[in-house]
Design a binder for this molecule. Sequence first.
Ligand SMILES: Cc1cc2nc3c(=O)[nH]c(=O)nc-3n(C[C@H](O)[C@H](O)[C@H](O)COP(=O)(O)OP(=O)(O)OC[C@H]3O[C@@H](n4cnc5c(N)ncnc54)[C@H](O)[C@@H]3O)c2cc1C
Length: 380
Amino acid sequence: MTISHWQRSHSFTVPDIQTDVLIVGAGYLGLSTAWWITENSPDVKVTVIERSRPGAGASGRNAGFLTHGSAYFYHHLSEKWGVEKALSICRFAETSLELVNQNILKSSPEIKIDKTSALTLTRKKTDLEKLHPDFGFEWTNAIPEKLNSTYEGAFRKEPEYKINPMELLNTLRKSLEARKVQIIESSGAFELFPDGVRTVMNTVRCKKVVLALNGYAPEFHPAFIPLITPNRAQMLAIETDDEFEAASLYYDPAERVYWRKAGEKAILIGGKRLLDEKGETGNFEKVSPKIQEGLEDYVRTVLGLNYKVIHRWSGIMGFTEHELPILKKIEAPLPTWFVGGFSGHGMGLGFHAAKETSELVSGERNQSFFQGFKDPKISL
Ligand SMILES: Cc1cc2nc3c(=O)[nH]c(=O)nc-3n(C[C@H](O)[C@H](O)[C@H](O)COP(=O)(O)OP(=O)(O)OC[C@H]3O[C@@H](n4cnc5c(N)ncnc54)[C@H](O)[C@@H]3O)c2cc1C
């Protein structure tokens, strides 16, 4: 986004403000990082700015899988990084879910949580046979009846949480407001300068900045273009009157989809982006017939359901070349940290990643877990 010469020197509605730490982006990562900073340092003044409204990005648009990720994900990571490193990522995700459960889910009756398992559907058990047992995926034949003819079974992991992501974000938001964190909407940042950040509404003077922009980072600054690729992900929601018992979260890596029930009759299904990989690159939110038809085809032919479509939507994810997030201090006109590039796994890894980001900001930690995988130089 750019801003005109005239807009630059005028703010009509919002006076300039001063804060200790400014967080740019009110998605799951921005809000969770604010939560951790104020949890550990209640005297630090934290402000969050968001160009739209909290949860406007991927965090309010995902399928609501608070998850470790699929067995296929860890199989892929093991091949890429070796078993030990892949296991360390699995432990990071386990800690993330445990932290969000202990600190947020357990004490928030307003979030309807379904503590469940995730099943990675597998046509032949041998497909993922090489997955190391320490990842904690257990083989099961207990899959929804309609799937028995297509799949031999599934690799199950638990606990996983089926949530409404907007309820989670709203809870974080309320908790931050109770801690006197100001969350300013409709306030897109467009420039860092030595004393702070210029937004479309005002100037925020601050000592430290956290950029929690995920897939939108390249829009903010071209230095992110080679590092973060915005990729669209689409979802389809259907309603069915057919009997269909399916209590878990489901991944189907062979078909490149993931799905879950949302209430008695509704099913949410996402994926199929590889049907049009090139067309799904970019930061424009839209649904496309090619992907939506692929998702509907899965409902018809694999799940075997009669259905009516109740909703379609999309969101923008930030992918890195190494498919793991980047969390680090970067070179900028003032002390600045970046957290993003979750490559489709931000809800699973996010709360722990936010904790590490807060520790980088406070100086308690000088390197994030993910810098041990890749540590690109970022200079704004
Ligand atoms: C359809 C879909 C399904 C998904 N499924 C899963 C899943 O099952 N499991 C999982 O773990 N993850 C999943 N993800 C990914 C997950 O949602 C993301 O990894 C996670 O939400 C990233 O959170 P974030 O806070 O980093 O980014 P975002 O939620 O994108 O937040 C970035 C925020 O920055 C704001 N912003 C942008 N530019 C500016 C600016 N210049 N100034 C101020 N604010 C700005 C945006 O409006 C946005 O609110 C899915 C994503 C999508 C789209």
